[in-house]
Design a protein around this ligand. Sequence first.
Ligand code: PBG
Length: 320
Amino acid sequence: MIERPRRLRTTAAMRRLVRETRPRPSQLVLPAFVGETGAEIKAMPGVLRHTVAQIGDVARAARDAGLGGIMLFGVPDDADKDAQGSQAWAADGILQRGITACREAVGDELVIMSDVCLDEFTSHGHCGVLAADGRVVNDETCELYARQAIAQAEAGAHVVAPSGMMDGQVRIIREGLDGAGFEDVAVLAYSAKYASAFYGPFREAVGSSLEGDRRTYQQDPGNRREGLREALLDLAEGADMVMVKPASHYLDVLADVAAVAQVPVAAYQVSGEYSMIEAAAEKGWINRRAAVEESVTSIVRAGADVVLTYWALEVAEWMA
Ligand code: PBG
């Protein structure tokens, strides 16, 4: 026998030497929720909804841990929701106030990102405005996304991240930002976003009002080629970074996108991915730390330059 791959696995030091994938804190992004009131999110043990007064501390902790960024989601009170989701672009909307609090806390020392989508703000819970027959109207929704992106840029976001899966959303947001003088605000496009059951816990986190599903705009889980198509379209529309979401069950799509993208590629380890490991660990069925580290490593190995994960702070601590 000449080839003995096990030689390179003999000691921990040897394995460390030859390890191909080494996730770093600077490529991790912490998703965080900001609302009028704080709360524990039952379906995501260990994840909190923060108030505007608290969210600056979260940003400071992310900066101090050496993370790459924070991705903010706004959770308005139900009374502030309407059919259009107008709090999404109100200057004093909850997400805009959260962005400003983070920017005041950390300035340019952490990349502040915000979700561009109407679902948290609409009374019906869909990601866009509805026609009389209940369909989500594409082009009108994109115009509202542009207004929302501008409001977020005005509030201090470095990166806006459209997650609504409307066709043409990246181009209209880019034009809107440029027209308002925000040429330097980057667009991270949720390009290949699938209609996933793994968003379940997130719906509790944002107090979603959704009935039904998002299958007329988010992608069908069976489609691999289409994920690449969506990413290429977003690049042609001017996306500065592209994302695949969820992460762990879509590593093939992630690898496809990473193979061709000439921009950084992000992957979002979503709420269900988080909660499943937490639940199994709590039952004693899985080694929590090992499972978390393996999941993040696998996402990077598949091609992610940037990983959004609810474990970002803890993983960064382990890495240090
Ligand atoms: C939409 C949005 C969702 C998530 C991020 N942005 C929910 C959805 O599409 O239903 C899910 C994130 C997660 O599950 O962690 N604004």
